[in-house]
Design a protein around this ligand. Structure first.
Ligand code: ADP
Length: 550
């Protein structure tokens, strides 16, 4: 029985699988945590816990996902990460819910389709007496890292040869010692259905390496904050007064800087969180898929009035380590992501949690199109329709193993759980770093058995439910989604530096279940804004009233 086993036997390492081009730091961090790398020749197709790719997964990867596995992309997450898609979605939201709420993205046009509209806007400004004409930034829709960007004021300097967006250039950015900066904010969505969003409290402030100067629009080192550009600038390595060497700060340093100057950094943070929620709402619903997560890189520019602007959302935010600040922030970020993935001891077995048999169970990650998850399975967990089947012959032996695990979990359940939570991988990491004798190590490992060592007993279903089912789509949900706490079946409020920002209250949670009710969520966000920014109260109140009347 599992309860009688030596703890070291139970703590099998978790296995990661990396696709080519996956960032090296992902491998480093996972090895550091005691994981092992998937070996195609030695291991079965399903014998892994985390698959990390830089490109999207195939639909079959989502369909064959197992309870012990996680994928680092959500299907169709690119809907907000391509610049033109983002523009389109935000425009639609502005149209539906009012520009006041969605005023955080600079006005933008998609070329060539919107050329006439752009020229009309440009001409209107030119003809307004006393109005200084705007600056514009032109960005190819499917390029990144500052490639192909052009900034102009006069339309005669505007030329393009591929699909681009032309966006109002924020010409009054917040400057520190004369240098422009923007924020790279990490956002992790552990589920789009129900919507579950975490923002990372630590992050990167990225500086341009030459002083901001509207007189030299073609100087990329003055106007673009991409590290991929600035690291090749002549001033990158030099000491820059007020900034230091290189081109990065951490958020912590930036917050301290703001506080010194009496700026309310918490207020700024709240505004940024609102931007994140409103942006992600713009792409919902995405096809439901279980056991996935998406790490987005939100680029936020702050202007000289401390208003945050969303510039773009990045798929696969860069995880290369260009400097020591990168190493500190990104390594911790990855550790916290693994914690957020909430692996349990039983996941290391890579077996059917209930049946204890390898590859016995299939999570079906797609819902019947057009049918709300609420209809399929009422309750908070309703979104993840699953079908399961298990080889009948293995059921009995599997039950024995599962019973042992349940017993173990129940014995340890009363242990208090602090933050960051102890997880299998953190235990493994600790074990790797231990210099104690093996008997000491064993005793300690036993005493650290996780309260949530197995998925909770109420998830176990009679063996008949594990049999293949002819109706794949209408099967009952039997496994708690990984992003919910076992205690209250709600998202965990904080994991490491990840802070849950959505759902932020019960009403938002209810509205994001099943067929997501965007209008209700927007109403809740409006109420939140009233509380957060009382000075905006009247304006926002009108908006709430307006929405309520829709
Ligand atoms: P890329 O995907 O090529 O990095 P971004 O949209 O992130 O494209 O733009 C690159 C950089 O250009 C940003 O980091 C920022 O410094 C600057 N930038 C982009 N859009 C604007 C804008 N509307 N106003 C001011 N600066 C901008």
């Amino acid at each position: 029985m599992a309860g009688d086993h030596d703890a070291t036997e139970i703590l099998k390492p978790l296995v990661f699988r990396l696709h080519e081009n996956a960032p090296a730091v992902v491998r480093e961090v996972l090895l550091e945590r005691g994981w092992t790398e998937f070996d195609k020749k030695e291991q079965g197709d399903r014998d892994w816990n985390l698959y990390w790719r830089s490109s999207p997964f195939r639909m079959t990867d989502y369909c064959s996902i197992k309870p012990w596995q996680r994928l680092n992309h959500y299907p169709e997450a690119v809907r907000i990460t391509r610049k033109d898609y983002l523009v389109r979605h935000l425009k639609r939201m502005k149209g539906a819910y009012g520009s006041a709420l969605y005023e955080f993205s600079p006005v933008a046009f998609i070329m060539p389709n919107d050329y006439v509209k752009f020229v009309a806007e440009y001409s209107k400004e030119k003809q307004s007496p006393g109005r200084r004409s705007s600056y514009w930034i032109c960005k190819p829709v499917d390029l990144s890292r500052g490639r192909g960007i052009l900034i102009f004021q006069d339309i005669k300097d505007f030329a393009y040869d591929c699909t681009v967006i032309v966006q109002k250039y924020i010409s009054n950015p917040l400057l520190i010692s004369g240098y422009k900066l923007d924020l790279r904010l990490y956002v992790c969505v552990t589920s789009f259905c129900p919507l579950t969003i975490y923002t990372y409290e630590e992050g990167l402030v990225r500086f341009a390496t030459e002083k901001f100067d509207l007189g030299s629009l073609d100087n990329v080192y003055s106007h673009l904050t991409n590290t991929s550009i600035n690291k090749y600038g002549a001033s990158y390595k030099k000491y820059k007064e007020g900034i230091g060497h290189g081109c990065k700060w951490t958020f912590s340093k930036f917050r301290s800087y703001l506080r010194i100057y009496g700026v309310d950094d918490l207020l700024l943070w709240k505004k940024i969180n609102n931007i994140v929620m409103l942006t992600l709402l713009a792409v919902t619903p995405l096809p439901a898929a279980s056991n996935c997560f998406e790490l987005f890189g939100f680029d936020i520019l702050i202007d000289d009035k401390f208003k945050p602007w969303l510039l773009e959302v990045n798929y696969n935010p860069a995880l290369c380590l260009d400097c020591s600040i990168d190493a500190t922030v990104k390594r911790k970020l990855l550790h916290d992501i693994v914690e957020l993935l909430n692996y349990k001891q039983i996941d290391a077995l890579r077996q059917n949690q209930a049946a204890g048999t390898k590859a016995g169970r299939t999570h079906v990650s797609l819902r019947t199109p057009g049918k709300s998850a609420l209809e399929e399975a009422p309750g908070f967990l309703s979104c993840q329709g699953e079908a399961e089947y298990t080889a009948v012959s293995s059921v009995q032996s599997a039950l024995q193993a599962a019973k042992g695990s349940i017993l173990k979990a129940n014995q340890t359940k009363k242990t208090a759980r602090g933050h960051p939570r102890k997880t299998l991988t953190s235990q493994l990491r600790e074990r790797m770093n231990m210099t104690k004798t093996s008997s000491q190590a064993k005793a300690e490992t036993r005493s650290k058995q996780l309260p949530g060592a197995v998925h909770s007993p109420q998830q176990f279903v009679p063996p008949s439910c594990w049999l293949p089912t002819p109706n794949f789509w209408n099967c009952k949900l039997t496994t708690l989604p990984y992003f919910l706490s076992e205690k209250d079946q709600r998202p965990i409020p904080r994991v490491g530096d990840f802070v849950l920002i959505f759902p932020f209250n019960e009403a938002a949670l209810q509205a994001s279940r099943g067929a997501i009710n965007v209008k209700s969520i927007i109403q809740e966000i409006n109420k939140l804004v009233i509380k957060q920014f009382p000075s905006k109260q009247m304006k926002t109140k009108k908006r709430v009233d307006y929405l309520a009347s829709m």
